[in-house]
Ligand binder design. Structure first.
Ligand code: GSH
Length: 79
């Protein structure tokens, strides 16, 4: 199961959604209230210690930094 931690107004998240859609990858979105500071909560720290979105979780494998996520999402790289 693939989850994208994102926010609708984030350009870095938008590019991940565009890529996943282009690649036909099934995923669900987890909205992080960045305007309310949810990325600084204790619950978010283990997801991304850098406290930023986007973050992609693929069956427990967690990756952040939008360009790294784009690289990981390519068909030839994904397990
Ligand atoms: N270099 C990072 C930048 C990530 C980034 O700045 N994300 C913003 C949303 S677009 C964020 O999480 N901002 C919340 C904060 O900085 O507290 C990437 O490309 O993923």
């Amino acid at each position: 199961m693939i989850e994208l931690y994102d926010h609708p107004f984030s350009g870095n998240c938008c590019k991940i959604r565009l890529a996943l859609s282009h690649l036909g990858v099934d995923y669900s979105r987890v909205k992080v209230d960045v305007f309310g500071g949810e990325q600084h909560s204790e619950g978010f720290e283990p997801i991304n210690p850098a406290r930023k979105i986007p973050v992609l979780s693929d069956d427990g494998f967690v990756i952040w930094e939008s360009n790294a996520i784009l690289f990981f999402s390519r068909e030839e790289v994904r397990p």
